[in-house]
Design a protein around this ligand. Sequence first.
Ligand SMILES: Nc1nc2c(ncn2[C@@H]2O[C@H](COP(=O)(O)OP(=O)(O)OP(=O)(O)O)[C@@H](O)[C@H]2O)c(=O)[nH]1
Ligand SMILES: [Mg+2]
Length: 325
Amino acid sequence: MKDIGLVGVPFSGKSTLFTALTRAGSHGGQPNQAVVPVPDPRLGVLTEMERSRKTVAAQVRFVDVPGGVSSAQGIAKLREADALALVVRCFGSDALPAAELVTVRAELLLADLAVVESALHKAEKRAKGKPAVDVDALRKAKAALEAETPLRGAGLDADEIAELRGIAPLTLKPEIVVANLEEGTDVPPGLGADAVGVYASIEAETAEMDPGEARALLEEFGVKEPGLEKVIHAGYRALDLITFLTTGEDETRAWEVRRGATAPEAAGVIHTDLQRGFIRAETIGYEDLVAAGSMEKAKAAGKVRVEGKEYVVQEGDILHVRFAV
Ligand SMILES: Nc1nc2c(ncn2[C@@H]2O[C@H](COP(=O)(O)OP(=O)(O)OP(=O)(O)O)[C@@H](O)[C@H]2O)c(=O)[nH]1
Ligand SMILES: [Mg+2]
């Protein structure tokens, strides 16, 4: 499960968005967190097809911290996140979304610069002038931040990134931009091509309705895709995650795995034994299974492939892992 931290200037609507995404109330002044199931219409289809007794969605945790990037408690919480959602206010006549985004990014850079400088100071003391890998990595990070380059774009290699793990820099995390929109408006220019627009206020108001009722009301407002889906999709893209599925009589379930993962690596997400004892994965794409009508028919038609250790798992693959330990 991944953590997505909501960050933005005060009053950008983080807590409103948090309520909209998680349907959980926000508690002003305190960091809030809530785990939500990742919406995936494929789960319902597979559950019905295989008559699964249980359906388990993937999950994501949202964390809402009050205020800007200025509070120490808030920063500490954000450092634990896997990705950041930069929430930008696009409602109100005085909204300056593009400028606000610049401000938030600058705050993140400054917060990182402060921790990098203090870590570098300590590392230099320890190294006593001798060459040290942590000193080198921290110096490189400091130079990048001073040049206003987020660390994710600073050309750090895996070893250098590992040296920075202890301070969990914010600008090393994948980020998404969420435009908190006024009713009937679209994402304004200047927020980047990947920015997602959400009507946090309207959606937060529907948080206490039952999901069907909420959806109908949102459709009346012209909200086609709920904010949760948009934000999660953007989050998965930024984190380079894909979803694979397992299905059977016991359960139908969605799993997240890094894009590019091999079949044994994906099996390891389910259980370490499945990775250790991996033999093969019987695999079919979701669309192919639906076209076949059932797993039995798909097998009979030879549509279920036998994939080995080198196979790179694809979005929507349905895997049945054969293993022996
Ligand atoms: N009109 C309108 N008002 C909104 C929208 N989103 C939030 N607001 C209002 O803006 C104010 C601030 O929203 P919050 O969600 O508390 O903002 P925040 O970013 O959590 O603020 P801090 O936690 O103080 O940093 C509240 O009065 C909200 O009701 C929106 O989409 N449209
Ligand atoms: Mg708040």
